[in-house]
Design a protein around this ligand. Structure first.
Ligand code: ADP
Length: 158
């Protein structure tokens, strides 16, 4: 049986922290599917196609991954792709409460899918997509937070 994990998120944009997590997970799982949400409840900064494209380019050297969009229940998306694990990143204690609630809800929805948490390398622990967007809009330097390809795309989006 293939060991497949889904790493879901809005990736608006994908950051070096996300990439670090995918790289680590790709060594543990046969395949990691980066599932990018279409954001039915909150508007995104980058459109879904740009988020898919930038993640695909940023992760292109990792061979056992796939970047896909989804607009359904996460557990259904996982099931559809034979994934038995939902992967989430934990940066700080502040992430914990929301992630704990989310994993509990997903267990209620499908008890056969496990949520696993991973932490990034220390230098990525403070990076968040929302802060990257804010720094970008205020004209700050985002080059240490995202790959060059993502930086270029973001600069062309404002
Ligand atoms: P969401 O919109 O679902 O919160 P994000 O795209 O912000 O999705 O993040 C997806 C996942 O990656 C979440 O589990 C989040 O905690 C994790 N994550 C975000 N930034 C980092 C980072 N710098 N290092 C490790 N994990 C991260």
């Amino acid at each position: 049986m293939n060991n497949i994990a889904i790493y879901p998120g809005s990736f608006d944009p994908i950051t070096n922290g996300h990439i670090d997590l995918v790289r680590r997970a790709s060594k543990i799982f046969d395949k990691v599917i980066v599932g990018i949400t279409q954001n039915i409840s909150k508007p995104s900064f980058l459109g879904i196609d740009d988020r898919i494209m930038s993640a695909t380019i940023a992760l292109q050297e990792i061979k056992n991954i796939e970047v896909l969009k989804f607009d359904k229940l996460l557990v259904d998306f996982a099931n559809e792709h034979n994934a038995s694990v939902i992967l989430r990143g934990l940066r700080a204690v502040s992430d914990f409460e929301y992630e704990f609630q989310l994993s509990g809800m997903n267990k209620h929805l499908n008890n056969n899918i496990e949520t696993l948490f991973m932490t990034p390398a220390e230098q990525y622990a403070n990076i968040s997509s929302s802060l990257v967007r804010e720094i970008l809009l205020l004209g700050g330097d985002i080059s240490t937070f995202v790959p060059n390809s993502v930086e270029d795309l973001l600069k062309n989006s404002i």
